[in-house]
Design a protein around this ligand. Structure first.
Ligand SMILES: [Zn+2]
Length: 77
């Protein structure tokens, strides 16, 4: 009976470790800032989101991305 209990404990801990292992990669990607790429609305150039010029609406949501100030002015004078 004790062996069965130990076996169950082992299975549960391995299962939990496996779940944590499977969940970890997408979380660490988001939190450690692997830069997501966005494309300029004018020339479609791909740039890191951090370096892009963003245009937000009144709710603070990003509407458009631009690679440079000139392209932003081209779309939104
Ligand atoms: Zn551009």
């Amino acid at each position: 009976m004790m062996r069965l209990f130990l076996l169950l404990l082992l299975v549960v801990s391995v299962w939990r470790m496996f779940r944590r292992f499977k969940k970890a990669p997408p979380l660490s990607k988001d939190r450690k800032g692997v830069t997501s790429m966005v494309s300029c609305d004018v020339c479609s150039l791909h740039i890191p989101e951090k370096e892009a010029i963003c245009v937000h609406d009144e709710k603070g949501q990003v509407l458009q991305y631009f690679c440079c100030e000139e392209h932003r002015k081209q779309k939104i004078p």
